[in-house]
Design a protein around this ligand. Structure first.
Ligand SMILES: [Zn+2]
Length: 382
């Protein structure tokens, strides 16, 4: 049902927000928001919500609420809570671009997700019907065995591949056979800034159309690259987006369990001047700077790609962040329920990836207080 609504809205003229009505809704939500908003009627005068404020936002009581943690690659992990209806709507919004893809009525898709597990072709897929298309989905962990991913793709011949950009690139880099005969028509990566070289790698490897998706755990899908005009249409009908100079502010209008008002996501984004020559009427944006991992500089001056760090394969490792200091030394932060074993293995793999560079391994990714949106690998040298 949401498919047809989201299609219709995408094709109709841009919407006007009733800012004072939205502020009124937030004011009524809780004393947290009524205190923040006070008597202000002007939207821009309401102080943006920072990551450190999110834990204070009251959450409605609802048995269907589930918590998701952001990746913490900004150095600050945030817990986001959505109820069942919101999670379903988020999925509908995530699939919105595919309403305009040229896909058959039944689609096989493989999604690259965090982790080292990979489905086998004989396993039952996850089913989802949307916009007149039946999606059959299998998952591949970005750190899974490359041969196993390749065999999954060979058996399934998915029309669509989605998921974590760097994971797809890692797979391409390590797969030695051609991927052009697998029948893939679209790659719709997300989760990270899609660098031009990654886009080219994907396109060349699969001979498929690459259409980027931009979103966040906090807000859901924000914008998507259009198969018709190739610009990024923004989901402004569902999320109030403000291209603030200090970073993008988002207000998702479909979230009521833990609502976020003018939440600072922090990416640098600008609205394009003029509308695209496209039947999709949603305004378009350009992502200037977002979630791009830094390269690390080796002891010998060699640049080490952030993709060299595949710590996900280490058992019991829950999260990690790597930072390079001004003096070249490295600090690896991690989370694990078995810190002693994991720290040892992390140290061994880090020394292999960046030989002769001094390093420390610390438990607790929160201990790295550095900002910078979406970076898992950050460096003071690049
Ligand atoms: Zn378009």
């Amino acid at each position: 049902m949401w498919g047809s609504l989201l299609r219709e809205r995408a094709l109709s003229a841009a919407i006007e927000y009733d800012h004072s009505a939205i502020l009124g809704w937030f004011r009524d939500h809780s004393s947290f928001y009524s205190d923040r908003i006070g008597s202000r009627q002007v939207w821009e005068q309401v102080r943006p919500l920072e990551k450190s404020d999110v834990a204070e936002v009251p959450v409605s009581v609802d048995d269907s609420i589930r918590e998701a943690r952001t990746s913490g690659t900004s150095g600050f992990q945030v817990s986001i809570r959505n109820n069942l209806r919101e999670r379903r709507f988020r999925r509908a919004l995530l699939y919105r671009p595919q309403l305009f893809y040229d896909l058959p009525a039944e689609v096989h898709q493989v999604v690259f997700v965090d982790g080292n597990w990979c489905a086998e072709a004989g396993m039952a897929p996850k089913l989802f019907e949307y916009g007149g298309v039946r999606y059959r989905t299998w998952f591949a962990g970005v750190a899974a065995d490359v041969g196993q991913i390749h065999s999954l793709l060979r058996s399934l011949r998915p029309q669509l591949i989605r998921g974590i950009s760097s994971g797809i690139v890692r797979f391409i880099d390590q797969a030695d056979d051609s991927l052009r005969n697998l029948g893939v028509r679209y790659l719709a990566p997300g989760g990270e800034f899609l660098q031009p070289e990654w886009r080219k790698t994907m396109h060349d490897a699969f001979g498929a159309t690459v259409l980027d998706c931009y979103g966040s755990t906090e807000s859901g899908a924000i914008a998507w690259q259009c198969p018709l005009c190739r610009r990024y249409h923004a989901n402004v009908d569902e999320i109030v987006l403000e291209a603030d100079a200090d970073g993008l502010l988002v207000t998702p209008l479909f979230v009521s369990s833990q609502p976020l008002l003018r939440y600072r996501l922090g990416d640098i984004v600008s609205f394009d001047a003029g509308s695209a020559d496209c039947e999709i009427r949603l305004p378009t944006i350009t992502i200037q700077q977002a979630r791009r991992d830094d390269w690390v500089i080796g002891h010998d001056g060699r640049r080490v790609s952030p993709l060299s760090f595949q710590f996900e394969q280490i058992p019991h490792l829950d999260a990690w962040r790597l930072h390079q200091n001004h003096d070249g030394s490295l600090c690896l932060y991690f989370e694990s329920v078995h810190p002693d074993i994991v720290a040892k293995e992390l140290g061994r793999q880090l020394a292999d990836a960046v030989p002769n560079q001094p390093f420390e391994v610390h438990e607790g990714i929160w201990r790295l207080g550095r900002g910078g949106k979406f970076k898992r690998v950050s460096s003071d040298l690049t």
